[in-house]
Ligand binder design. Structure first.
Ligand SMILES: [Zn+2]
Length: 128
């Protein structure tokens, strides 16, 4: 292979890599983004009881939350959308479950269900 051929081959390989990276980013454009109006409507339609996924209080799930945090690249897709209350969503922050229970909540926190959920999400994302 002479110099020109090597340059051609390198350019071809680079363009393949570039296209692959572009393809990746095209598929991931909704990563780390806020939910669109359509996804929010879909999330509310999925649960007409508006139950917060964390504290389980019906009628309080007024916010559409990223199950896997937006700040960590969680998708703005319906598969990552869940309803949370005005306490649990901000209390969760960059985590998977809220750090504190809503005011007046009695019992163990996080609940065994939330502990199991957190473990499952972290495991599925390779997050220690
Ligand atoms: Zn809640």
């Amino acid at each position: 292979m002479d110099g020109v051929e090597i340059l051609k081959e390198t350019a071809l390989q680079e363009s393949r890599i570039f296209k692959r990276v572009l393809g990746e980013s095209a598929r991931r454009t909704k990563a780390g983004k806020a939910f669109g109006k359509g996804v929010k409507e879909e999330a509310f339609a999925e649960d007409p009881t508006k139950t917060c996924v964390f504290c389980q209080r019906p009628g309080t799930g007024s916010q559409v939350d990223h199950a896997y945090p937006k700040s960590l690249g969680g998708d703005a897709e319906i598969g990552n959308a869940q309803l949370a209350c005005r306490h649990c969503n901000p209390s969760k922050g960059n985590g998977i479950v809220p750090k504190s229970p809503p005011p007046g909540y009695k019992g163990q926190w996080p609940t065994p269900r939330l502990k199991a959920f957190e473990k499952l999400v972290k495991k599925s994302r390779g997050w220690k």
